[in-house]
Ligand binder design. Structure first.
Ligand SMILES: N[C@@H](CCC(=O)N[C@@H](CS)C(=O)NCC(=O)O)C(=O)O
Length: 289
């Protein structure tokens, strides 16, 4: 098959222009901080620096689930890091996450302050620390971690691949949309089969595997991600739909989805979270300028 070539890669790639994509103005080929910006610190053991994207929601849901169980040691302050404004490149943020991505967590409850970055690592840290939402039997824990790592490895195909080319790229290009739709539908089929005779992803219990997978594949199946529900024919994945709807009703999910959220209906947004009562504030009070 011969395809007309309208881009021939140069011998050495150079960073000499923006690519026009939605996040082009914050993308750089180098790491490190761009400006001095201290992180605020609140009164609780955990300080979360995040935004209400699917990766951010994993952690706020986990913290709200722990609080829902009455574990007050999981109290947290959630500070908003506006990634669209490049706040992940502030000096304070880069100190706790050299990879400059939300979410990032500080735990001040140990003798030495601990930083944790990467949403999967944060979920595992909290699950191990509080011995919840992770099976304690070695074999079951292993199965749970396999699904957690599956999610961490699959999400970039859904977000960075499909979502980017379907929703954010400056033009619709058939080749990458085809390639990533194929992969995302394959992943959905994997999940649908896994859930065919189960209420939860693994081990007959709600675990960090569900908490990690739901904000991505649950949101996709509920038609909340990239307006791609019809395109990917998501309602045909009946088992994922049943699982996603069931989890959607959990109180901790409802609260966790609101924290650090800056899009959607105003009443669904809570820019910063410092106390349980913050969820009850009126819409105007919840939003900080
Ligand atoms: N593997 C990382 C991915 C985190 C990630 O990609 N975060 C995005 C928001 S969902 C981000 O901070 N993007 C800002 C940027 O790329 O500069 C995790 O799961 O924590």
């Amino acid at each position: 098959m011969s395809v007309e070539q309208n881009y021939i890669p140069p011998q050495i790639w150079k960073w000499d222009k923006e690519n026009g994509g939605k996040f082009a103005n914050i993308n750089r080929p180098i790491s490190g901080y761009t400006h001095e910006q201290k992180l605020p610190i609140g009164k609780h053991p955990f300080q979360l620096y995040s935004q209400g994207t699917p990766n951010g929601v994993k952690v706020t849901v986990m913290l709200e689930e722990l609080l829902e169980l009455g574990i007050v040691e999981a109290e947290y302050d959630a500070w908003l890091i506006r990634i669209g404004k490049g706040e992940q490149f502030g000096s304070g943020f880069v100190e706790i996450n050299p990879n400059s991505k939300i979410p990032s967590l500080l735990d001040n409850s140990n003798s030495k302050q601990l930083r944790v970055f990467e949403s999967g690592s944060i979920l595992l840290y909290l699950a191990d620390k509080f011995k919840n939402f992770i099976p304690q039997k070695f074999e079951e824990r292993t199965e749970c971690l396999s699904w957690l790592f599956w999610q961490m490895a699959s999400a970039p195909y859904l977000g960075g691949g499909f979502g980017h080319f379907y929703a954010y790229a400056p033009e619709k290009f058939e080749y990458p949309i085809d390639r990533f739709s194929m992969e995302v539908k394959r992943q959905l089929d994997v999940l649908d089969k896994q859930l065919s005779n189960k209420n939860f992803i693994c081990c007959n219990q709600y675990t960090i595997a569900d908490i990690a997978i739901w904000p991505w594949y649950g949101a996709l199946i509920l038609g909340r991600l990239y307006s791609a529900g019809d395109f990917l024919d998501v309602t045909s994945y009946k088992n994922i739909l049943r699982w996603a709807n069931k989890i959607d009703n959990r109180p901790a999910i409802k609260r966790g989805r609101m924290v650090n959220r800056i899009t959607g209906k105003l009443e669904s947004q809570l820019y910063e979270r410092h106390d349980a009562e913050d969820f009850l504030k009126s819409t105007q009070d919840k939003i900080i300028k």
